[in-house]
Design a protein around this ligand. Structure first.
Ligand code: G3P
Ligand code: CA
Length: 350
């Protein structure tokens, strides 16, 4: 949810850099004619538990252009597709391996082998409230129903590449390297491991159907400057940015110019693109998209969800949320939990 706090941080970060909608047509025009991208956020996660093979197949069938894989590493160095480095909010790990938590009571992916992790059932994301599991998103897939398992990056690439063969389409990958510093502290080089798997499956060049994303700017610079040259790779990179203090340096011309030396695009929180004082009749862009487009960077904000409490107050409904960001702000694509609704919107604009 776009909280008041996040809006405040953004307002402070980009103070003096807001533009009333309508005054920024040049940046939006920079991508006029290019296909607007629908990126399935953790799959069709509005309908099925996130990052399951079923959610990925559904996203594919709904017409997503790219499908996202958040990546973490197991004890035996496998790359698995999970958002958190913990297992306890999307699986029954606490029931199956009750004693295997750390002192903070969390169950870490990195403390389990792939074989152990694949003994778990994956469920809709939940939080514990007074000891009871409560779904984070009510009215989504029911908790604990059916049967889903954790899978590897290789499994998912084979699914997407297999569907590309059987359908004749060309859907892309959008992997995210999660917590590289944490993995390094645990003795693992997740960026190098990810690049090796991607290379093994033929993703090597800028023109391949992939974007590789990360929140960690130092790691992206290492991937750009050291790892990819070492491996003979040159993939398109995306700098993710949140509303926290650590991303503030990226939100001005100097910062964006610096980003453009090592990435091909940005993946900002949607709250970094539209000013907090916006209303339904007066959308004010922050200026970040113009800076990014002027620097030749694509802009793919996250996360677009149809639930009312997941949308900013200035959006009347989900289509209006999309209209504001695609038509008024001029983004090049969005991360969404609802690929079908987003594809329908993009198609209606052709
Ligand atoms: O990677 C884009 C978006 O997914 C970032 O947020 O926390 O869902 O990985 P998160
Ligand atoms: Ca992600």
């Amino acid at each position: 949810m776009l909280t008041k706090l996040s809006y405040l941080i953004v307002a402070l970060s980009i103070a003096g850099c807001t533009v009333t909608s309508g005054n920024h047509s040049s940046a939006a025009a920079a991508t006029t004619g290019a296909r607007k991208l629908v990126i399935a956020h953790r799959g069709a996660s509005g309908y099925l538990p996130e990052h399951t093979i079923a959610a990925k197949a559904m996203a594919y069938a709904q017409g997503a252009d790219y499908i996202e894989q958040d990546l973490v590493m197991t004890k035996d160095d496998e790359l698995v597709v999970l958002h958190d480095r913990h297992l306890d909010t999307v699986s029954n790990v606490a029931e199956i391996f009750p004693a295997r938590h750390r002192d903070d009571n969390r169950y870490y992916v990195i403390d389990f082998t792939l074989d152990e992790i694949q003994q778990l059932s994956v469920v809709e994301r939940f939080a514990l409230k007074d000891g009871d599991a409560t779904p984070v998103f009510k009215d989504r897939f029911p908790l604990g129903k059916s049967s889903f398992r954790v899978h590897t990056l290789a499994d998912e690439i084979e699914l997407i590449q297999g569907l590309n063969v059987s359908t004749g389409k060309s859907v892309g990958l959008y992997p995210e390297i999660k917590s590289p510093a944490f993995h390094r502290d645990e003795g693992k080089d997740i960026a190098k491991a990810t690049l090796r798997v991607l290379q093994q499956y033929g993703y090597e060049k800028k023109s391949d159907k992939i974007f590789l994303q990360c929140f960690d700017s130092s790691e992206l610079q290492r991937i750009h400057g050291e790892l990819m040259p070492e491996l003979g790779m040159d993939l398109p990179l995306i700098q993710l940015m949140g509303t926290e203090e650590e991303y503030r340096w990226m939100l001005n011309d100097t910062g964006v110019q610096r980003l453009a030396t090592y990435v091909d695009g940005i993946g900002p929180s949607a709250a970094l693109l539209v000013a907090p004082e916006s209303t339904a009749s007066n959308i004010k862009v922050t200026g970040l998209l113009e800076l990014a487009h002027a620097a030749g960077l694509q802009v793919h904000p996250y996360t677009f969800r149809r639930e009312r409490n997941q949308m900013p107050p200035f959006a009347k409904d989900y289509d209006d949320f999309l209209r504001i960001f695609f038509d008024e702000v001029g983004v090049d694509g969005v991360f969404t939990d609802f690929p079908d609704l987003t594809v329908r919107f993009v198609e209606s604009r052709k």
